[in-house]
Design a protein around this ligand. Structure first.
Ligand code: G3P
Length: 297
């Protein structure tokens, strides 16, 4: 159990309510939860059905996702449960928005996850105008985070942007620099976008997020368990992150860019190869559980 709650809200990154319960008893609380198609595909009940040779229809998959989210929703605090729309590289904003509206009705504390693409941000822009809470996922650049800010100005609820630390680290770029650069850039803003650090694979990344005072971090249960085994310590600002890439080599710094948050969101460069690969990976994981793939991007 944690004696002192950190400034950073702690979310479980997963798709299994039993895991969320376990972390809640370890920490004494769980502020929120993030889910995504890959994590839902790993849910034990879905895995059992697949192992028994029963692939799901799209409707069954949707119903399973709703059931899982409804089990998680009452277990968590005010950071909500993030639910991701189905999006392949060809999905338009209208389709994402229609699914987002439906998913938003599943639970009272939903955040709808849209990918950090042009279509995803169009859907997010309309969503916040309609009063929906959103989480923009697969963010890998400061430009993308600037676009998230500009597209969602005026949102009544905090908007989440999810930079993926681990996937940048994997290829040798310091993901923690991206977090710091976004925090620095947002200082000039109105505070409506909260940074939700994601793709956290190690206790070192978790500790670095706490030291930076990131607004929120989403962490797999196994990393939270490893942190708990070391006493749930909260580092101070002097903590230095010594990340390495997938081959164990030191990380390259990501330089800060001066960007004007008052520019139209469409003027920022939204392209990032890791966003594209991330969408492809979510689609592949989602489709592995289906009888008939919905669409191959
Ligand atoms: O929250 C995002 C996360 O689920 C992705 O993590 O480890 O697949 O990069 P990872």
């Amino acid at each position: 159990m944690m004696k002192e709650r950190p400034k950073t809200k702690i979310l479980v990154d997963g798709g299994d309510p039993a895991e969320t319960e376990k972390i809640k008893s370890l920490l004494g609380f769980v502020d929120g939860q993030t889910t995504n198609p890959s994590l839902i595909a790993k849910n034990p009940e879905i895995q059992q059905r697949i192992a028994a040779g029963q692939k799901l229809s799209t409707e069954e998959q949707h119903e399973e996702y709703k059931k899982i989210v409804r089990q998680i929703s009452p277990l968590i605090g005010d950071a909500g449960v993030s639910i991701e729309v189905f999006a392949d590289l060809g999905t338009g904003s209208d389709a994402m928005l229609a699914e987002g509206r439906e998913m938003f009705s599943w639970v009272p504390n939903a955040y709808i996850k849209y990918p950090c693409t042009h279509e995803g941000l169009r859907a997010a822009q309309v969503s916040v105008q309609e009063g929906m809470r959103v989480n923009i996922t697969l963010c890998f650049s400061q430009e993308q985070a600037a676009a998230v800010y500009a597209a969602t100005v005026g949102s009544k609820a905090p908007v989440y942007v999810s930079p993926f630390i681990g996937r940048l680290d994997d290829r040798g770029e310091n993901g923690m620099d991206l977090i710091q650069n976004i925090q620095r850039m947002y200082k000039a803003g109105d505070g409506h976008v909260h940074v939700l650090a994601a793709s956290i694979r190690s206790t070192d990344q978790l500790l670095a997020c706490l030291a930076l005072g990131v607004d929120l971090m989403t962490v797999p249960a196994k990393v939270l368990e490893a942190w708990s085994a070391t006493g749930l310590s909260i580092p101070d600002k002097r903590f230095t992150y010594k990340g390495v890439d997938s081959k164990g080599s030191p990380l390259r710094p990501i330089p800060y860019k001066h960007l004007d948050l008052s520019k139209p969101w469409e003027s920022f460069d939204l392209k990032h190869d890791l966003t594209t690969k991330g969408i492809e990976r979510f689609v592949a994981d989602f489709e592995r559980t289906l009888q008939q793939p919905k669409h191959i991007a």
